[in-house]
Ligand binder design. Structure first.
Ligand code: RTP
Ligand code: MG
Length: 155
């Protein structure tokens, strides 16, 4: 059998308000499922100003910070935790460069976006931020680790 559970990671992904408005929720979840990652937590929610400011706290001094917080709190998002070997870096690759105009075709931002301030999806950028963001957005009891069933119960 192939080796599993080697350095299994978790990352935090959020479909931003523009991704929801653009009806890309299903398409985005489809990509991560099809890739082989495992969904372990998900909620559809309006983001409070406090949560948005904490989440993007590293950008507090940047000129785009207020606009970024306004945008993230402007409508519902889909907050998710995904699990899998190497999921943090791989999800960033699947998401693409910050500016959708330079993001490669085949990435989510490259395929669906044109505006750096409306780039559809967030993904944690490193193991430390992934851990911080997962615990900022989710309680432990909201996460459900699971393994593929060995019994063919669907048939
Ligand atoms: P994210 O955190 O949302 O996943 O995006 P990212 O890592 O690719 O980019 P980051 O540098 O963390 O920036 C956070 C968000 O701020 C907006 N931004 N605007 N020059 C600008 O106007 C500018 N630079 C960044 C983007 O929406 C970016 O996703
Ligand atoms: Mg970032």
């Amino acid at each position: 059998t192939t080796q599993r559970n080697i350095a299994v990671e978790r990352t935090f992904l959020a479909i931003k308000p523009d991704g929801v408005q653009r009806s890309l929720v299903g398409e985005i979840i489809r990509r991560f499922e099809a890739k082989g990652f495992t969904l372990v937590g998900m909620k559809f929610m309006k983001v409070s100003r406090e949560l948005a400011e904490q989440h993007y706290g590293v950008h507090r001094e940047r000129p785009f910070f207020q606009g970024l917080v306004e945008f993230i709190t402007s409508g519902p998002v889909v907050a998710m935790v995904w699990e899998g070997d190497g999921v943090i870096a791989s999800a960033r690759k699947m998401i693409g460069a910050t500016n959708p105009l330079t993001a490669e075709p085949g990435t989510i931002r490259g395929d669906y976006g044109v505006n750096i301030g409306r780039n559809i999806i967030h993904g944690s950028d490193a193991p430390e931020t992934a851990q911080q963001e997962v615990s900022l957005w989710f309680k432990e009891e909201e996460l459900a680790s699971w393994e593929p069933s060995l019994t063919p119960w669907i048939k």
